[in-house]
Design a protein around this ligand. Sequence first.
Ligand code: 5GP
Length: 174
Amino acid sequence: MENLNGSLKILIDHEQIQKRVTELATAIDQDFKDKDLVILCVLKGAFIFCADLAKNIKSNVDIEFISVSSYGNETVSSGKISILFESTQDFKNKNVLIVEDIVDSGLTIHSLLELLQKRGASEVKVASLLLKREKLKKNIVIDYIGFEIPDHFVIGYGLDYQGRLRSLPFIGYF
Ligand code: 5GP
């Protein structure tokens, strides 16, 4: 088996991530004070970020999951997502926080925002652990950003390389 860990460099270590996640949770608590909140975790990449974030949020939250494929079989984004799995379709009149691992072109989040609008959500905000701002193609607002990073392909803390390395506790790159 190829040893991928050997050539990895750390971009953001575990401590930095935990500190930032706590700060984001505090900001989310302030914004959603006295409101019920549905956290929509975008699988698979956001599962660790979402769990850590949810543990630190004191407001009353429901947690739902969605899995989307942004690019189908194409290497270049078609701008359309297909839904592979969703734990609920009930977003009517709900306050929703989409939780993503990374925003790159922004096409996935843009499509998810449209979907939630169609489903009748009353308020939708977006939290992303990472943002590659220079790659953004869509004019979207990311309300809670963990870290802005340069255009590296990153892995760890939920993000994979060909299905592997998701369980690393830090964000790294090759
Ligand atoms: P977008 O639609 O914003 O272009 O892409 C978002 C999705 O692309 C992310 O949820 C993630 O699955 C994938 N992605 C984008 N950049 C990276 C990266 O650097 N590393 C990994 N592992 N996935 C990425």
